[in-house]
Write a protein that binds this ligand. Structure first.
Ligand SMILES: NC(=O)c1ccc[n+]([C@@H]2O[C@H](COP(=O)([O-])OP(=O)(O)OC[C@H]3O[C@@H](n4cnc5c(N)ncnc54)[C@H](O)[C@@H]3O)[C@@H](O)[C@H]2O)c1
Length: 365
């Protein structure tokens, strides 16, 4: 990763956390709190360097701002990474300490699960008094439901048809989201192809849904209608775009494109790309619903709206000649600009009321 290319002043707040006794090194990146506390998962993985970990937290935090705003949620964007601990470190003590650092953000950061962390880890963080999400339930099935809605909308838009029966969907990653997605789409008659570096996992899920597997290193270049990245980041690069043999891309992985240039390259090749932050918002929608006390029927309806939003983005892109990424990012820019000017308006009318009150107090004095 080219850490130098990222503007480190992008985030509203960047916190480095260190506790030698408990073996903790972590980064909390709060990208934007215009719409509310920065919601984003805690990633616990190994990084080639400290700089790479910081850049990753900031990039992913920025993506969370886009995701939460695009889904009309009252959350800003944030993300944290815990550098994978050395063997023998007490995981509970580590997560508890990290929870204390989260508490210090005063509610500006609302953590959830991400790669390398579990519902139990979040529960431990929450024991410190920090506000956390995902401490009761894994949001992955809801993320999968949202991705399935995006896949359906993409196929219906591109092929001018109803439903996805017979569409060949290649799912990269048969983990929490990929496996649930395979089940959802197979139930609608899609042909499922799975690839995972854990070949047994891919095979098991393929057997469950009547699908097939391909080796993980043959994903780019495998023929399919829809490519659904559900594992690692940045699978679409200028180099891989040329080798793709799909007509649509819609998946769960965050940060699917190496950079915005790839969106142009995909459009030039006639591949409909559903921005990752549009398709993979089911988990954050579930987090919001749980906190708001919505029932399951309402939650399901909110997650399925991802299909509607996908169609709107693809149609607007087709009409305007812009990429779907540009269309979706512009929508977020407008949402944030409106929220900032509404907040500024509220502040100035509050100040005017205060001025008025002090003037009256002086007159009566
Ligand atoms: N879980 C959620 O609710 C959620 C929400 C939004 C975004 N995401 C993103 O979706 C992706 C998948 O999340 P998950 O919760 O299913 O993760 P997971 O860890 O459960 O599954 C990931 C799977 O990908 C496989 N994998 C890793 N590298 C691979 C490669 N190079 N090729 C093929 N397979 C590979 C792993 O073996 C694993 O089975 C991640 O990028 C995550 O950030 C997840």
């Amino acid at each position: 990763m080219d850490e130098g290319a990222f503007d480190h002043w992008h985030s509203e707040q960047l916190v480095l956390c260190r506790d030698d006794e408990r073996g903790l090194r972590a980064v909390i990146a709060i990208d934007d709190t215009t719409l509310g506390p920065g919601l984003g998962g805690v990633r616990c993985v190994r990084y080639p360097s400290d700089a790479a970990a910081i850049t990753e937290a900031q990039r992913l935090a920025a993506a969370m701002t886009l995701k939460n705003a695009f889904a009309d949620l009252p959350f800003g964007g944030a993300k944290s990474v815990i550098l994978a601990p050395e063997p023998g470190v007490d995981r509970r003590a580590l997560m508890e300490r990290f929870g204390q650092f989260v508490l210090r953000t005063g509610g500006a950061y609302l953590p959830g699960v991400d790669m390398g962390t579990t519902v139990e880890d979040l529960r431990v963080m929450g024991e410190t008094g920090a506000d956390v999400s995902c401490n009761e339930e894994d949001p992955s099935p809801w993320t999968a439901l949202g991705v399935a809605a995006a896949v359906r909308a993409a196929v219906e838009h591109v092929d001018h048809r109803e439903g996805i029966a017979g569409a060949r969907v290649l799912i990269q990653g048969a983990g929490h989201v990929g496996a649930a997605l395979a089940h959802d789409l197979a139930a609608d008659g899609a042909e499922i192809v799975l690839a995972d570096i854990n070949a047994d996992r891919a095979r098991r899920v393929a057997e469950e849904v009547g699908g097939v597997t391909i080796p993980a290193d043959e994903v780019i270049g495998a023929a399919c209608d829809v490519f659904a990245p559900c594992s690692v980041a940045k699978v679409i690069t200028p180099e891989t775009v040329d080798r793709l043999r799909c007509r649509m891309i819609a998946g769960a992985a965050n940060d699917t494109l190496l950079d915005a240039r790839c969106a142009e390259l995909l459009a030039r090749r006639g591949i409909a790309y559903v921005p990752d932050f549009v398709s993979n918002a089911g988990g954050v929608i579930q987090i919001h619903s749980l906190r708001a006390g919505h029932d399951e029927e309402r939650l399901r309806a909110e997650v399925l709206r991802i299909g509607l939003r996908t169609r709107e983005v693809l149609e607007a892109a087709a009409h305007s000649g812009m990429t779907p990424l540009h269309v979706a990012t512009e929508r977020v820019r407008r949402i944030l600009a409106d929220a900032r000017s509404a907040a500024a308006g509220a502040r100035s009318s509050g100040a005017a009321r205060r001025d008025d009150r002090s003037e009256r107090a002086l007159t009566h004095a």
